[in-house]
Design a protein around this ligand. Structure first.
Ligand code: AMP
Ligand code: ZN
Length: 114
């Protein structure tokens, strides 16, 4: 989708610190990390938010979760723990309108979020 910053990242129009990539998704470092490890997982295909996923997207949704685990294990923070979150819509705090999951780790995270 033209004008979408995460589509530009997925298409390598904007160079980014990519830590994992496959046919379906990209994982890269958040520009303003909220934890020692703060990664974003995005599907290469544009979805505005989680609300855009339908029955036909079961596989993609699973892939995003499995990719998060793979990255957590590969980067060595799986055992200590991490948080995988998706901000959806205004009340959810979503700012970038391309579906993404935050993968946060590297410190003891607080709950509940603000
Ligand atoms: P959200 O509030 O869930 O929409 O989060 C959007 C996230 O994208 C924020 O944590 C931003 O720091 C991050 N972000 C925005 N632009 C970029 C970029 N060009 N490269 C990496 N992270 C970005
Ligand atoms: Zn997009």
């Amino acid at each position: 989708m033209s004008g979408c910053i995460f589509c530009k990242i997925a298409n390598k129009v904007i160079p980014t610190d990519i830590v994992y990539e496959d046919q379906h998704l990209v994982v890269f470092k958040d520009l303003k990390p909220a934890a020692p490890i703060h990664l974003l997982l995005i599907p290469k295909k544009h979805y505005s938010s989680l609300l855009d996923l339908g029955e036909e997207d079961f596989e993609l949704a699973g892939r995003l979760n499995v990719a998060a685990l793979r990255v957590a294990r590969n980067l060595g923070f799986a055992e200590n723990g991490f948080r995988l979150v998706c901000n959806c819509g205004w009340d959810g705090g979503q700012v970038v309108n391309h579906l993404h999951y935050h993968l946060l780790a590297g410190r003891e995270l607080q709950w509940p979020p603000g």
